[in-house]
Design a protein around this ligand. Sequence first.
Ligand code: DX5
Ligand code: ZN
Length: 224
Amino acid sequence: MELFVAPSILSADFARLAEAAASVAGRPGTPGADWLHVDVMDNHFVPNLTLGLPVVKSIRAATEIPLDCHLMIEDPARWAPGYAEAGAHNVTFHAEATDDPAAVGRDLRKAGAKAGLALKPGTPLEPYLEILRDFDTLLVMTVEPGFGGQEFMAEVLPKVTEARRRVESGHLELRIEVDGGINADTIHAAAEAGADTFVAGSAVYNADDPAKAVAALRELAARR
Ligand code: DX5
Ligand code: ZN
């Protein structure tokens, strides 16, 4: 299983997003970010406001790194497909934000993106196991969504372990992504639990050399 590192630009300088993307791109001999994680918040689903479709379109034009859009918004049925049409590689929305997540997932795939389902820390995995068969990504939040720089919640990891078990047994076929509080001290536990895709915001963009931070996280995750 290939491990992915997805730096979250939430912790970057919003006036310099193209530079933020370039700073984690691969260089000869060093693989860079596999996905660029873009946190879309609408100040309704979460108590914070970040950026929306026009900014995602501009980032898409500014980098070759596949975009991983994490929609922390209400009414994803209405808004999510637009991110797929804008060229996002993976579009993840929250299970808590819609009563028909399976339909939103189908629409995302129809619009040409990979479909991701995100679960807040308090949301159980079991009710979604069947519909996850038609998703490409499961995003297990390891903090309450809304802000970067929060502390990792290890108590959420049993959901990662359970999802990994379902992948190993052939019931599911998807990436298992963790988001929130991932850094050099916590990534090992997430990897050991079975995550294969690691979002890191502050651990990457507060580092002196973001590309080095990405490489270091990848190495630590691979040591599980
Ligand atoms: C939080 C966001 C995360 C955030 C992670 O709601 O979904 O993607 O950027 O930031 P860190 O890595 O600093 O916890
Ligand atoms: Zn996120």
